[in-house]
Design a protein around this ligand. Sequence first.
Ligand SMILES: NC(=O)C1=CN([C@@H]2O[C@H](COP(=O)(O)OP(=O)(O)OC[C@H]3O[C@@H](n4cnc5c(N)ncnc54)[C@H](O)[C@@H]3O)[C@@H](O)[C@H]2O)C=CC1
Ligand SMILES: O=C(CO)COP(=O)(O)O
Length: 335
Amino acid sequence: MARPERIAVLGGGSWGTTFAKVLADAGNDVVLWVRRAEVAAEINESRYNSGYLPGVELPERLRATDDAAEALQAAEIVVLAVPSQSLRENLAGWQPLLPEDATLVSLSKGVELSTLKRMSQVIAEVADVPMGRVAVVSGPNLAKEIAAEQPTATVVACPDEPRAVALQQACSTSYFRPYTNTDLVGIEIAGACKNVIALACGMAVGLGFGHNTMSSLITRGLAETTRLGVALGADPMSFAGLAGLGDLVATCMSPLSRNRTFGERLGRGETLAQAQDAAHGQVSEGVKSCSSIRELAARHGVEMPITDVVYGVCHEGLQPGPAAAELLGRERKPE
Ligand SMILES: NC(=O)C1=CN([C@@H]2O[C@H](COP(=O)(O)OP(=O)(O)OC[C@H]3O[C@@H](n4cnc5c(N)ncnc54)[C@H](O)[C@@H]3O)[C@@H](O)[C@H]2O)C=CC1
Ligand SMILES: O=C(CO)COP(=O)(O)O
């Protein structure tokens, strides 16, 4: 393998901790920043992050700290693993500590509410770096399965291809296979939109519907996601890949998905507040991103009927049953 990289992962939730494990298993020196000192101590002393990844032993090469300056010291790659809606605020605090020329990597799947920006745009703006220094990792990557070292593939996207290749090298393991791509727009729009479609699939499960319904939502969800991506300048082929169809299928079909689980609770008749309580602080990005994605679509004249009804259920009191009827009652059209 190539020379080990010094890597900071900022955010010790389920995906941040899991991706830090992948990077350490790939032979790098990884420092994971977590918000709470007791979580850092647990990781360093017992090798577990029991709050997010119970039962998963973390590698020796992974160290944790609650001191961002310590995590960022001499980092060649900086991985951002906090929820989308807090990324701007977190990154603004870390900005003075960012090492020059480090690749800044987003793991977050969402669109910012206040600006309708993708995470790479937020990062380039707040860190004041060219887009060529920003990368995104996205694919069918349910954290718990990867933490258990079940095989999966992913996409490492960066407009600067050599940087994408370096990051691909840094996160390749026997169970994690990254492919490079240069289409940041497509990879990020796919990742943000699949959470909204997973909410819809969860609602369908909660309503007692089966695989035909799920498959219809996945396929038409991919169609509306691709329409939005293409309107924003994405390569349509990205949506047929791992970060598009791949992640959509994994998230919509798996009971491990927080978005699908959240939707299922709504489908069973729980309120937004009840579903939020049951999530125990874990993020279901689609609940907020359905608003920003819907607005982005309206701004670009793109029709996103599934996103519209998910927004209706999450934020306007529409019930899942009538939401399904609304989708089925739309004007008939060619595929
Ligand atoms: N969990 C998964 O399987 C995957 C998650 N993602 C994405 O990765 C991102 C992070 O997700 P997870 O790690 O799963 O979330 P999580 O809910 O498990 O953890 C979020 C982490 O961010 C921290 N955090 C929460 N609010 C914060 C705030 N306001 N400021 C600073 N830190 C805050 C929490 O302490 C926690 O460490 C999300 O955008 C998610 O969509 C992407 C791929 C897989
Ligand atoms: O992005 C994910 C899988 O690729 C995780 O999905 P959830 O956030 O719905 O758990």
